[in-house]
Ligand binder design. Structure first.
Ligand SMILES: Cc1cc2nc3c(=O)[nH]c(=O)nc-3n(C[C@H](O)[C@H](O)[C@H](O)COP(=O)(O)O)c2cc1C
Length: 366
C-alpha cells in the first residue's frame, strides 16, 4: 500500500463540523507529510487549534489502523509548532506531522483489526438513543481503549448528575448567543444534497437530526445572519437548550476524558484514544456524539486562555464546570476534563445522514 492509497483509505476521520482541515504532501511512496490548513480550521470554537489537535489524533489513528490492517507499521512524528497553541496558527499551511510507512513483519492485534474493519461504520449520531446502560463487557473495552494512551484519564458513567446537566444546558444556551461561534457553525451546514455533493465537506442537514420544521429558519439564519443576531435577544437559543436536553436524556452512558497538560502531543494522543472508543461504540450498534461545547472552550480557559471578548456569563459557567465535571467523572485535581461524549444503543444510522469527504486528489499539495 503506497502513501496515497493509505491517505485515501483514512479520510473518513472526523473533524469539527467536518471542516477537513488537513492537507497532504507525498514525499515518496512510503512517506508523506500532513499540513494544517488554518483557513479551513478558522472557527471561534477552535481557539488555540484545540479541536484541530484532537482531529489530528483521529486522523493519525485512522492511518495507523489502516496500516496495521495491511500488515504495515507507521513511524509518525508530530511537528506542531509550539506557537500555534496560543496564537491559533499564523501560517496558512503548517506542517503538523510526518509519516513514514514501514513493513513491520508483525500481524495486527485483534483489536486493531476489528477497529480497522469498523472504520466505515463510525459516524456522529445526534438522535436520542436507548437509555439502557451499556454491557459491562463494552464498558471494560472502552477502558481498555482509553488505556492505549497513558496520558489519558477516562471515566464512564451510565447517567449524568443533575448539576452537570444543568450547567451543560446553561453553557449550550449561552454559547449559541456568541454570534461569531454561531456564524461559524452555520457556515458548515449543507442544507441540500447539491451543496453537500459540491463541497463534500460540512454537516449534511439530515446529520443534524433536527425537526424538519426548523430547516427553513436555519437556512434563513445562514443567509441572513443579522436575523439570528436579532432573534437571539428574544430567546432563540432556548431551542438549542431544549435539543441538548432531549439528547442528554436520550442517552445510555457518558464518557469523559481528562489530561494533565495542554501540550499538542498530549491532545493528539487524547484524540487517538477517543477515536478508538468512537469507532468501537459505532461498531457495536451504539450512537456516539461528541459533547464539546461544555468542555473544549472550558479546557482552554483552565489550561491556556480564551479571548477576552467571551461573555462574562460563559467564563463564569466554565469556571463552575471544573469542580462539577471532576466530581461527575471522579477525576482528581491533577487532571483537567478535556472532552466528553454521549452514547447508547441506537437504531441503524440513516445513509442520508452521512457526511461526505473530499477526494484525496483535492487534498494533495505539490
Ligand atoms: C474535535 C471535534 C469536535 C466535535 N464536536 C462536536 C460537537 O460538539 N457536537 C456534535 O454534534 N458533533 C461534534 N463533532 C462531530 C463532527 O461534527 C463530525 O465528526 C463531522 O461533522 C463529520 O461527521 P461524522 O463524524 O459523521 O463522519 C466533533 C468532531 C470533532 C473531531
Amino acid at each position: 500500500m503506497n502513501a496515497k492509497t493509505m491517505i485515501a483509505e483514512s479520510l473518513a476521520f472526523p473533524s469539527a463540523d467536518n471542516s477537513q482541515p488537513f492537507r497532504f504532501r507525498i514525499v515518496s511512496d512510503s512517506e508523506f507529510e500532513i499540513f494544517h490548513d488554518s483557513a479551513r480550521a478558522r472557527h471561534r470554537l477552535n481557539h488555540g487549534n484545540l479541536a484541530s489537535h484532537l482531529a489530528l489524533g483521529t486522523l493519525l489513528e485512522s492511518l495507523r489502523l489502516v496500516a496495521a490492517n495491511a500488515g504495515l507499521g507507521l513511524k509518525t512524528k508530530v511537528t506542531i509548532p509550539a506557537t500555534t497553541t496560543t496564537s491559533g496558527g499564523e501560517e496558512p499551511l503548517e506542517r503538523w506531522a510526518r509519516v513514514e510507512i514501514a513493513a513491520t513483519g508483525a500481524s495486527a492485534s485483534d483489536a486493531d483489526r476489528e477497529l480497522a474493519r469498523a472504520l466505515p461504520l463510525r459516524v456522529t449520531d445526534r438522535r436520542a438513543y436507548s437509555r439502557d446502560p451499556l454491557s459491562q463487557a463494552d464498558v471494560r473495552r472502552l477502558h481498555q481503549e482509553a488505556s492505549t494512551q497513558p496520558a489519558l484519564t477516562f471515566a464512564f458513567r451510565d447517567t449524568l448528575g443533575r448539576d452537570a446537566e444543568n450547567l451543560m444546558l446553561e453553557i449550550e444556551e449561552e454559547q449559541w448567543k456568541d454570534l461569531r461561534a454561531a456564524a461559524d457553525v452555520f457556515a458548515w451546514i449543507r442544507f441540500n444534497e447539491t451543496k453537500a455533493l459540491e463541497t463534500r465537506d460540512g454537516m449534511t442537514w439530515p446529520s443534524l437530526a433536527l425537526p424538519r420544521i426548523q430547516k427553513p429558519l436555519l437556512l434563513l439564519f445562514q443567509r441572513v445572519f443579522p436575523l439570528y443576531a436579532f432573534l437571539v435577544r428574544f430567546g432563540a437559543t432556548k431551542g438549542h437548550r431544549a435539543m441538548l436536553k432531549r439528547q442528554l436524556r436520550g442517552t445510555g452512558g457518558f464518557g469523559w476524558i481528562a489530561v494533565a497538560d495542554a501540550d499538542p502531543e498530549t491532545l493528539v494522543d487524547a484524540g487517538r484514544a477517543y477515536f478508538r472508543i468512537w469507532v468501537y461504540l459505532c461498531s457495536r450498534g451504539h450512537g456516539f456524539q461528541p459533547l464539546s461545547f461544555a468542555t473544549l472552550p472550558a479546557f482552554m480557559k483552565w489550561r491556556l486562555s480564551l479571548p477576552a471578548d467571551w461573555s462574562a456569563k460563559l467564563l463564569s459557567a466554565y469556571e463552575r464546570l471544573l469542580p462539577v465535571l471532576r466530581a461527575e467523572a471522579g477525576f482528581g485535581p491533577e487532571v483537567y476534563p478535556l472532552w466528553g461524549f454521549r452514547t447508547g444503543h441506537a437504531p441503524p444510522f440513516p445513509a442520508a445522514a452521512r457526511t461526505l469527504r473530499k477526494p484525496v486528489e483535492e487534498l494533495l499539495i505539490p
